[in-house]
Design a protein around this ligand. Structure first.
Ligand code: AHR
Length: 509
């Protein structure tokens, strides 16, 4: 039996803009978790390691991926972390229990190493998280003084003595991590967290009023405290912060693949709900201040599967164990690409985002200790979206798509799409086909007088939606030219056929 195709039409008009694409939408996240740092970005014995122990093969892939900011050092890890452990001579750094991931942290890698690594990746921006779990305002202020004050105080001179003469000048700071979650060390209720975050923000602004501060929002759209948490936290901190965070991970919960394929619909309503909370608080407080969303953890993550089980046992605290090493399928990459489309569509409200995470841990880049670094299926939608959207402007997504039913999110658009006007005048259109069995007939209606003369499309798809890249078969699922793309200059339309469960970029020049 053949299934009828799904149809969608995107009407594009450069006169109607959503917002310029903020470079920070292409941020990522490096946590001291599993093999993200150790054997991921840092492996001094690796054949490609540089003088700092950084894997050059990974640096090359990070550059190719197009990452901008890097959130660090956690994640759940940060809520038990003492930043002082990671600075100073390596031989003096303590080994500590990492309670979040039931591992041993050697502290061989810390703040100085991270800033050097960011330089090596081409100058990516550090987004530093402070520990508001087991620690508090004073330790956050100490870290800020250590990192950003040029010199002349005990802490700033300590940084200089540790080899960094110039301050790190970190602009963006997260006020803790997922403080709404009962799994978080030092978890607090909304009122208590709001007061702690407010006190910390006030102190940090006394050191530097121009910092960009991110207050913790909800760690999932489904949290029972969602909404109330945002309202309470924003009420206490509104004029003191620049961002409120959102975190979201998707996987086929209870085997519901149809809903999973439409995860972008949930991310979209999550963003709209948080934006509404921001607007309501702003109105109630009669504030002129703007607060944006930092979607600083997002991805596909099979949370209930084996790689996500912590080590166990009072005597078993391994160093950088294999943890959360999900290997992504072609279907996962479609969902992932759709999440990127959703972030772009909301570029007026989402001014920063961090793909969680960067290497080995639910990551687009995987490494073999002593061996290869390779690209997961999810690498490609990120790299291609970053390449085409950075520096561009998101156009209003006038999309008319056929719809289908999902148990979790109700009726959803079968094809999701967004267009970005690139700096050079070309147009990039991203399309996700969320259907498991319907081919998509996708049409772009171009503005009258558009002067595009060529169109090219690349599609990421595999007839087996479970197909994956692995260390032994690294290029099994890669984007391929889509020969169906056709530009009809006379009618001002582009038509492309996209297979079920696929992600496509269409480029009109
Ligand atoms: O990214 C993995 C974990 O997911 C992070 O440590 C935590 O913040 C979130 O729950």
């Amino acid at each position: 039996m053949t299934t009828n195709p799904a149809h969608a039409r995107l009407t594009v008009d450069p006169a109607f803009e959503v917002a310029p694409v903020n470079d920070r939408l292409f941020g990522s996240f490096v946590e001291h978790l599993g093999r993200c740092v150790y054997e991921g970005i840092y492996e001094p014995t690796h054949p490609t390691a540089d003088e700092n122990g950084f894997r050059r093969d990974v640096i090359d892939l990070v550059k190719e991926l197009g990452v901008t900011t890097v959130r660090y050092p956690g994640g759940n890890f940060v809520s038990g972390y003492r930043w002082e452990d990671g600075v100073g001579p390596k031989e003096n750094r303590p080994r500590r229990l990492d309670l979040a991931w039931h591992s041993t942290e050697t502290n061989e890698f810390g703040l100085h190493e991270m800033t050097k690594w960011l330089e090596a990746t081409g100058g990516n921006e550090l987004m530093e998280a402070v520990n508001l779990g087991m620690r508090g305002t004073q330790e956050a202020l100490d870290l800020l003084e250590y990192a950003n004050i040029p010199g002349g105080t005990e802490l700033s001179e300590r940084r200089r003595a540790n080899g960094a003469d110039e301050p790190f000048n970190i602009r963006m700071w997260c006020l803790g991590n997922e403080m709404d979650g009962d799994w978080q060390l030092g978890h607090l209720n909304a009122e208590d967290y709001a007061k702690k975050a407010r006190m910390t923000a006030l102190g940090m602004r006394q050191i530097d009023p121009d910092l960009e501060l991110v207050v913790c929002g909800s760690s999932q759209h489904e949290m029972p405290s969602f909404g109330q948490w945002e309202e309470t936290v924003l009420t206490h901190t509104f004029d003191l912060v620049d961002f409120i965070s959102c975190h979201a991970y998707y996987w086929p919960k209870n085997g519901d693949v149809t809903s999973f394929l439409a995860s972008g619909a949930d991310m979209d309503s999550f963003i709209k709900d948080v934006a509404a909370a921001i607007d309501a608080t702003k109105a109630r407080l009669k504030s002129d201040h703007e607060v944006y969303i930092s979607f600083d953890e997002w991805n596909v993550w099979y949370q209930d599967s084996e790689p996500s089980k912590n080590p166990e046992g009072i005597g078993n605290w391994p160093e950088h164990p294999h943890l959360l090493e999900d290997i992504y399928s072609a279907a996962d990459a479609m969902v992932f690409g759709d999440l990127l489309i959703t972030l772009l569509k909301n570029a007026d409200r989402v001014h920063a985002a961090s793909l969680a995470q960067l290497v080995n841990v639910i990551a687009p880049i995987m490494t073999v200790a002593g061996g290869d670094a390779w690209r997961q299926t999810t690498f490609y939608p990120f790299a291609l979206t970053a390449k085409h959207a950075k520096g561009g402007t998101v156009l209003e997504p006038k999309l008319a798509s056929d719809r289908h039913h999902t148990d979790k999110y109700g009726d959803v658009d079968t094809l999701n799409s967004v267009a970005v006007q690139e700096q050079d005048g070309s147009l990039a259109v991203f399309v996700a086909n969320r259907s498991a069995d319907q081919t998509g007939e996708f049409e772009i209606s171009l503005p009258a007088g558009a002067s595009y003369t060529t169109v090219e499309a690349q599609t990421l798809h595999d007839d087996d939606p479970n197909a994956r890249n692995t260390a032994d078969d690294q290029n099994h699922v890669v984007p391929a030219d889509n020969p169906t793309a056709e530009l009809d200059v006379a009618s001002g339309t582009v038509k492309v056929t996209v297979p079920p469960i696929s992600w496509t970029i269409i480029h009109c020049k």
